[in-house]
Design a protein around this ligand. Sequence first.
Ligand SMILES: *Cc1c(COP(=O)(O)O)cnc(C)c1O
Length: 379
Amino acid sequence: MECQDYGLKRTSEKNNLNLNPLQRGGLLPKESRKALIEFSDGYSICDYCAGRLDKISKPGINHFLDDLASFIGVDHARTVHGAREGKFAVMHAMCQPGDNIVVDGNAHYTTHLAAERNQVNIVEVSNDGYPEYRIKPDGFKEVLDVQLDKGADISLVLLTHVDGDYGNLTDARAVGKIAHDHGIPLLLNCAYSMGRLPINAKALNADFVVGSGHKSMAASGPVGVLGLKDEYADQVLKKSKRHAVKEIEMLGCTSRGAPVATLMASLPHVIDRVENWDQELNKTREFVKKMEEFGGIKQLGVKPKEHDLVRFETPIFDDIASKHPRRGFFLYEELKNRNIVGIKRGQTKWFKCSTYGFSQEQVDYIINAFTEIVEKYQK
Ligand SMILES: *Cc1c(COP(=O)(O)O)cnc(C)c1O
């Protein structure tokens, strides 16, 4: 049979500035592009494997995992296929079907699916609603007290460190303290934080952390990070009865080729870049200020920003769309004409964006583009 043309060409990054927050932290530095080519064949990292992926010394996955563990403040680190697989593994090891876990109301859908696949019930700590959608650590105390009074089995508290809807950074240390006071471990979902800002799991009172290589660690995915305290190693890294060296929750081996090679090649770059987090944050806050100065654009989520993911509500663009012949598509098209992409087509009521990793010159160009669009239609 003959295959169709799948159109495997991608130009969005090469020719445009991509504002999609999902795309900002996963760009490969050049050393990782090299690793990607070098390890592009199938089981490319398995040539010198003696049975355990995490112990391979050529390439030095063993040393990489040690470095990674100290970088994120955990006793043990493993690679997984993504943050979601990390969450699934922890839940699977720590919870029984029918158990309850307490989760913040801004959690990612993959948290919900990981729980569902494990037949675990979610009890939510809601956010405080419009406009900040803030998660208050004390909400965890209230929910835990109520649940434990009822005699519910709570096996885990899961906090989304930075959520993907509003880019709110929640005080993990406070939530972890509350969880521990109730005798329950904390799983911290760092998909949007690990690799962008410094993470020290122990300092954040997290017993488990997950990260996303393709989201925030400059890696070619799918690849993720799972870190844990020694206290839980026997449970989460339990070995098979039949295949004595293989870890069950990892199904023996996780990332077995190019993705993990890129994560490894990017680690030095990521270690350096988290040091610039304050500059990234200042850039974000400046960007928000300039966008809000147009009027009819308002940043949602916690203010001032503590993360680069920004959600704006944009009645100004919705008004323009209502009169524009291209309707909601006008904004996407006006931006695209200026080589700016990453804002969903047809959407003008609100959008999410990020300037993470852009130079000041590029940010100025973006602000200038918005200025031109606003002025064009405000006449
Ligand atoms: C992107 C995202 C995920 C999913 O990460 P994967 O590595 O693709 O599984 C999970 N949680 C949050 C908060 C995210 O933003």
